[in-house]
Design a protein around this ligand. Structure first.
Ligand code: OAD
Length: 232
């Protein structure tokens, strides 16, 4: 089968070796926090200070780490792959773009963006946001929330992702547990539409049986190997 169109899905595992905690498992972010306390619109309405503290700490941490060999290999693939390519990430860090990826979509939002609920604009954000942030666009105070898709909210641009999944010849899932939908269902859409499917992960994910091929190992090793094969 000739491969021209590729869709790649990444999750927290791709950033783990840069020093960012994954969500599930020992030392995962969800071990120290309850999802319903920090990652829902209700949580934000109930206790905005707690939610801001959680994301301010994550934004600060991301600023102190660097892309790893997996991010760099995916950026190389983006630059050199002659066909269609879309990198869909569930990650809210900016390590893919700092490595150089261009054909990139953050389906769960970005830590380095704010969303002003007063003027509905998305704005670039660095440093703490907190409860008293001033919107640089409309000057409202205390109306800027992290531009993160919380549980119960719709991931960004699902139509674009769905179109890419239906048109791809190869779907590759990297460093994600397959615990959160709709991302966990992408492999089924791609398969149904005739794509070959590959999983690269430290351990088999919840949906590993849906992939034609599984490569088990750290992303910093397995992803550069796979990219080298693709570009050979
Ligand atoms: P998880 O923490 O659920 O899963 C991370 C996966 O990465 C696991 O399957 C690990 O085995 C694997 N992994 C860890 N280190 C790795 C490494 N060095 N190389 C390769 N794989 C490795 O994170 P996600 O699947 O990304 O959503 O979680 C999905 C969503 O759940 C997140 O986007 C977030 C969370 O709730 C929101 O916040 C909306």
């Amino acid at each position: 089968m000739t491969i021209r169109n590729i869709v790649i899905l990444t999750g927290a595992g791709v950033s783990a070796e840069s020093g960012l905690a994954t969500f599930r498992g020992p030392d995962g972010l969800w071990e120290g926090h309850r999802v319903e306390d920090v990652c829902t619109p209700d949580a934000y309405a109930r206790d905005p200070a707690l939610v801001h503290a959680f994301y301010d700490a994550r934004r600060a941490k991301v600023g102190s780490v660097r892309p790893n060999a997996a991010h760099e290999a995916l950026a190389r693939l983006d630059a050199e792959w002659p066909g269609e390519l879309l990198l869909v990430t569930q990650n809210v860090d900016d390590l893919h773009e700092r490595a150089g990826s261009k054909r990139l979509h953050h389906m769960h939002g970005e830590l380095t963006r704010g969303w002003c609920l007063a003027c509905d604009r998305r704005i670039d954000w660095s440093g703490p946001m907190g409860e008293t942030a001033t919107c640089p666009a409309c000057s409202s105070v205390g109306q800027v929330r992290p531009d993160i898709v919380w549980f119960g909210e719709m991931p960004y641009d699902m139509d674009r992702i769905d179109d890419a999944l239906r048109a791809c010849d190869l779907f590759v899932s990297i460093g994600t547990s397959g615990a959160v939908y709709p991302a966990a269902g992408f492999v089924q859409t791609a398969r149904y539409c005739g794509a070959r499917t590959l999983e690269i992960n430290l351990e088999p994910s919840l949906g590993s049986h849906l992939f034609d091929e599984g490569r088990i190992g750290p992303a910093s090793v397995e992803v550069p190997k796979w990219v080298a094969e693709m570009l050979a």
